[in-house]
Structure formats: structure tokens, C-alpha cells
Design a protein around this ligand. Structure first.
Ligand SMILES: Cc1ncc(COP(=O)(O)O)c(C=O)c1O
Length: 424
């Protein structure tokens, strides 16, 4: 009805924008499963564990809450988030420093809308930061990271970038434990980063959405080391297994109140406020307690066991893999098998991911989706295709050792077998 003029009237910035790689792979995997194919879903990074019982109970109790809530979030939730941050990391903030939203992804988008400075993105980086910048028309400055440094940003590289382009307002995104590599920073590395950030007055967006899933429960935040310039990003999606509930939060330093206020104003003109029952339930999640602590201890040990098994299996297929320290991802590099793969017509990470899905039913994401060169043969695997509820229950009763992982690893174990078959 609108003819060729329809698409031509699209905003140039979004004309060639594709659906997010991670959402797309999930939809493709589901449709292949519906066609009867056996697919191992290592594409979408969704927690395999159920939402902790007390949090589900809280949601049930608050199902009747129906009013719009304040744009910045329910006061009790903002207070609970501040309490959580102080308890876990010794960062002292007030409820006024918190902005709650339907997912931390939304907050990252609002940040990019509100802030005009440079966006510095260490790569490999989570799939959505750069497309969000593209939608808004912002240039991204990529800072490549290296396996030899556990896929962590070298503070000297950050310093060198800032010296080349002095006196620019800028945000650097640090995501740890990382998606896609599962690696994280040691305190000394964060101290060095904080020093550089302070020197160049960089805003640090500290994406700690996987912090509670540090496999040893020892996540360290940069916030207490650089309190004046760090925004902490957190939410329910990963550690609380509640991605579909859509709740995230940014905690700002008082020095960045102007940014919070601007983002709050944009929020008020776009989504208004976050779902009321979910916010009420999230109070219970952030207040924590013995049952939630126990849930986390079990979840971490299951993820540690599986992460170790996946790392070893992939290394046996010739990949370079850094052992993950948190979350549920590994980033594998097959450059070492470049020639054999080229002989099979595989030259890029996208071709490698596509062939793995076509030939052995393993759904995963190419390194190119994470801001890496197409010609680097990188893959991200989300080791989440297993029955999280039964693994969580069993982890309270048995040691999480190799036989445990073999018994409860479900589709992840099967995927590793399929990978061995593919790589020979
Ligand atoms: C690194 C990272 N940051 C942020 C998000 C967004 O999480 P949410 O919008 O569910 O809070 C994700 C989700 O996959 C992620 O992996």
C-alpha cells in the first residue's frame, strides 16, 4: 500500500539495522526445533535457573499493584538497591541516586540518548551497546582486548586512547564478569583503571549484571575505587533468573545527578515507569536473605562446574579459551584451525557459526556480533541449555564434580559432543 516510499521514509540510522543477534539466534533455534531439528541452544544468554522462591512469592503477593509508580522507581526498591550495594561493595549511595527501568538495556539506551560524548567500547563487547549507538547516530570508539589479558581492558590502552583525543567527554563501558568471555578484573586491575579514569575524567559505566554470578562469589566492583565517576548497572535478569521480568537499575554518584535527571526526564516521556508488581517483588530480591544466598551458592557452583567442562571440551577441539570466572559464557577462538576450516569453505566467524548450526545443530553466536573482526574465528557460547531447576536442587545435595556435570549438563554436554564431531 505504501510502495517503495514506505521503507524510504525510514530513519537512515535504522534502515539497515537487524534484530539483535542474540534475540535472532534464539528465534531461529526455536523455529528449527519446531521443524523437528535437534538444536542445542547456546545462543541466547538466558539464566537456566528459576527465579528464587521468595521473589516469586513476593510477586504473587503484589500482583494487585496497579498504579503507575514514580519514574525513578519505587522508593522502597531504590532503598533496597542502595542497601544491597553497600552490603556487597561498601558503596554508600542514597535512594535518590538510583534509576529503575524495564531492563538495564533500556537504561543504556537512555544514557546514549542523553549523553553526547564519546562512547568507548572494549571488544569483545556485549551485542547491544554498539547497535544502540548506531540508532542514536553516535560514533563508537572500539578498544580491542586480547585473550592473553583474559579479555580485560588494559588501562594503558585506555590511557593512550584518551591522550590521543584529549579533553573529550566520554563514557567507557566495563562489563565484568563479561559477556561474552566470562572473565573479570582483579582488584589491582580495577585500581589501575580507576586511576586512568580519574585522570581523564571518564564516566565509567560499570555493567555488573553478572556480578552475583562470579563463580567464587567474589565479585569486586570498581565503584568504591572510583566513586565519583562510576555508574553501577545491575538488575534481576541474570543472578535472579528473571530476564523476562524486565527490571534493571543504574546507581549514579551524586556528581552525575544531572545525567540521572536527564535520563529520568526521557524515561518519563517514553516508558513512564517500570511494572509495579515486578518492582515490589524486586525489593525482596535486593534485600536478600538466607534462601537467596543459598540459591546463589548453588547456582555459582553449577556454573563453575559447567564452565570448566565447556572450557576443556572446547580446548580439546583446538580452540583457545580463557577459563570463565563468572556468568555463563565462554569466548572460543579457532584461529589455530584456520587452514583446515578454510579448506571447508569457512573464512569468517559468521560462516563458522552458521555451519555449526546447520551441520551439528549447535546454536551460538559469531565473534563478529561482539565487535570483533569477521576474519577472527571467534564464537560465543552461552552454556545454559540444561535443566536449571533440577541442577540447582541437586547441587544442594551432591558435590558439583565431573559426574555431576555429566548428569546435569543436558544440552550443554550434548553440544560439546556435537562440537567434537564438527571439528573432528
Ligand atoms: C552484558 C549485558 N549487559 C546488559 C544486559 C541487559 O540485561 P537486562 O536488560 O535484561 O537488564 C545483558 C543481557 O543479556 C548483558 O549480557
Amino acid at each position: 500500500m505504501f510502495g517503495a516510499r514506505g521503507p524510504a521514509s525510514l530513519n537512515l540510522a535504522v534502515r539497515d539495522l537487524q534484530p539483535s543477534a542474540t534475540v535472532a539466534i534464539n528465534e531461529l533455534s526455536d523455529s528449527l526445533r519446531r521443524q523437528g531439528r535437534r538444536i542445542h541452544k547456546l545462543g541466547l544468554g538466558q539464566s537456566p535457573f528459576p527465579v528464587p522462591r521468595p521473589v516469586v512469592e513476593a510477586l504473587r503477593r503484589h500482583a494487585h499493584e496497579k498504579d503507575y509508580l514514580p519514574v525513578k522507581g519505587l522508593q522502597a526498591l531504590r532503598a533496597a538497591i542502595v542497601g544491597y550495594l553497600e552490603r556487597r561493595h561498601g558503596v554508600v549511595r542514597t535512594a535518590e541516586d538510583v534509576l529503575v527501568a524495564p531492563g538495564s538495556k533500556e537504561l543504556m539506551f537512555l544514557l546514549q540518548v542523553a549523553f553526547t560524548g564519546d562512547l568507548l567500547l572494549p571488544t569483545p563487547a556485549w551485542v547491544s551497546y554498539a547497535p544502540q549507538a548506531q540508532i542514536i547516530g553516535r560514533t563508537v570508539h572500539y578498544l580491542p582486548m586480547h585473550a592473553a589479558r583474559r579479555w580485560c581492558l588494559d588501562p594503558e590502552a585506555l590511557d593512550a586512547h584518551c591522550r590521543e583525543r584529549p579533553d573529550r567527554p566520554r563514557v567507557v563501558v566495563l562489563n565484568y564478569p563479561s559477556n561474552p568471555a566470562g572473565t573479570t578484573y582483579a582488584r589491582a586491575e580495577l585500581e589501575a583503571m580507576a586511576e586512568v579514569a580519574r585522570r581523564h575524567r571518564i564516566i565509567v559505566l560499570s555493567d555488573e549484571i553478572y556480578g552475583e554470578l562470579h563463580h567464587e562469589g567474589r565479585h569486586v566492583s570498581i565503584a568504591p575505587l572510583y566513586p565519583e565517576g562510576t555508574i553501577v548497572s545491575t538488575g534481576l535478569s541474570k543472578w535472579c533468573g528473571a530476564g523476562g521480568w524486565r527490571l534493571g537499575a543504574f546507581v549514579f554518584p551524586p556528581e552525575l545527578r544531572w545525567l540521572l535527571s536527564a535520563m529520568g526526564a526521557i524515561a518519563s516521556e517514553s516508558y513512564t515507569s517500570t511494572s509495579a508488581p515486578i518492582q515490589h517483588a524486586a525489593v525482596t530480591a535486593f534485600e536478600g536473605g538466607a534462601e537467596i544466598d543459598d540459591y546463589l551458592v548453588r547456582a555459582r557452583s553449577v556454573l563453575r562446574g559447567l564452565g570448566g567442562m565447556v572450557t576443556q571440551s572446547l580446548r580439546a577441539t583446538g580452540a583457545e579459551v580463557v577459563t570463565p570466572e563468572g556468568g555463563f559464557y565462554v569466548f572460543a577462538n579457532y584461529d589455530g584451525r584456520r587452514e583446515e576450516l578454510a579448506a571447508r569453505g569457512i573464512f569468517t566467524s559468521t560462516q563458522l557459526a552458521t555451519r555449526l548450526l546447520d551441520e551439528v545443530g549447535v546454536a551460538l553466536l559469531p565473534g563478529a556480533a561482539f565487535g570483533r573482526s569477521e576474519h577472527e574465528l571467534g564464537l560465543r557460547l552461552a552454556y545454559v541449555d540444561f535443566d536449571g531447576a533440577s541442577a540447582l536442587q541437586a547441587a544442594g545435595l551432591e558435590a558439583v564434580d565431573e559426574p555431576f556435570v555429566a548428569r546435569h549438563g543436558g544440552g550443554v554436554v550434548a553440544a560439546m559432543e556435537a562440537m567434537r564431531g564438527f571439528f573432528g
